[in-house]
Unconditional design. Structure first.
Length: 251
């Protein structure tokens, strides 16, 4: 799982470096798929319940599961990239939201808070904690900023399959739910909306958008629980945080 996590993190970072005004999300998809196959892995998303691409490309009000397309990213967009790989029989799953060129402060803050929500959730991944602690860590911070936490989609256990039990909501009550044990591996993925938490699915049957059309950010790591605490399998040691972790993020 470390190998799968590392590869998908490398793909995520390679795609991030390609993001700029004018690049199409289909170009990003093709680059990701090539990189995955060159590494001897499979793009887990492609064909998953019929999903036709190797990445999900969700722009602005699109929350998750957006189709890569001929749409060219433009200055001011925020672009959520989600990717999964299967390597050696195990899956890694990661997502990030990238600002395209110069982006307004409201959207940058949305991304920063989503990233901070994910970090706080990861810090709950210790043996003896509960799933509700993960959800609460996200909920507490996101709601302090008045953001909507997507209910319709959640994080998940991960291993030989991408989606394994248990479901990991981005909301919850501390000390409740399944007790976390060493050896569990989770894909934790806050989906944070600037406005309402409510979503709808477009006619393509996949693309999820916010009901009010306001922007959404999605970030995800695959995290192993060890006796020494959380080990983030999709973090590259050498990669800097996407956004400076501003002091103002804290509630
Ligand atoms: Mg994902
Ligand atoms: Mg996932």
């Amino acid at each position: 799982m470390r190998a799968a996590g590392r590869l998908v993190a490398e793909v995520r970072e390679a795609v991030r470096r390609m993001v700029q005004p004018g690049v199409t999300t289909l170009e990003l998809d093709m680059a990701a798929e090539q990189m995955i196959r060159d590494a001897g892995a499979l793009p887990t998303f492609k064909g998953y319940h019929g999903f036709p691409f190797s990445i999900c490309a969700s722009v602005n009000e699109q929350v998750v599961h957006g189709f890569p397309s001929a749409y060219a990213l433009k200055e001011g967009d925020i672009f959520s990239l989600d990717c999964g790989v299967t390597l050696g029989g195990f899956v890694g799953d990661t997502a990030t939201t990238v600002p395209v060129g110069r982006v307004d402060e409201d959207r940058l803050k949305l991304i920063r808070v989503a990233e901070e929500c994910l970090e706080r959730a990861i810090q709950q991944c210790w043996p003896g904690k509960h799933l509700g602690d993960i959800g609460w860590a996200v909920q507490e911070l996101a709601e302090a900023h008045g953001y909507g936490i997507v209910r319709d989609y959640v994080g998940h256990g991960i291993g030989r399959k991408m989606h394994e039990d248990p479901q990991i909501p981005n909301y919850g009550k501390p000390g409740t739910g399944i007790k976390i044990r060493s050896g569990y591996v989770f894909a934790i993925e806050p989906m944070i909306n600037m406005g309402t938490h409510k979503t709808k699915t477009l006619k393509d049957g996949w693309t999820v958008v916010t009901l009010d059309g306001r922007p959404s950010a999605h970030v995800e790591h695959t995290v192993a629980v060890t006796e020494e605490g959380p080990e983030v399998l999709t973090r590259l040691a050498e990669s800097a945080p996407t956004q400076p972790q501003a002091e103002t993020v804290g509630a």
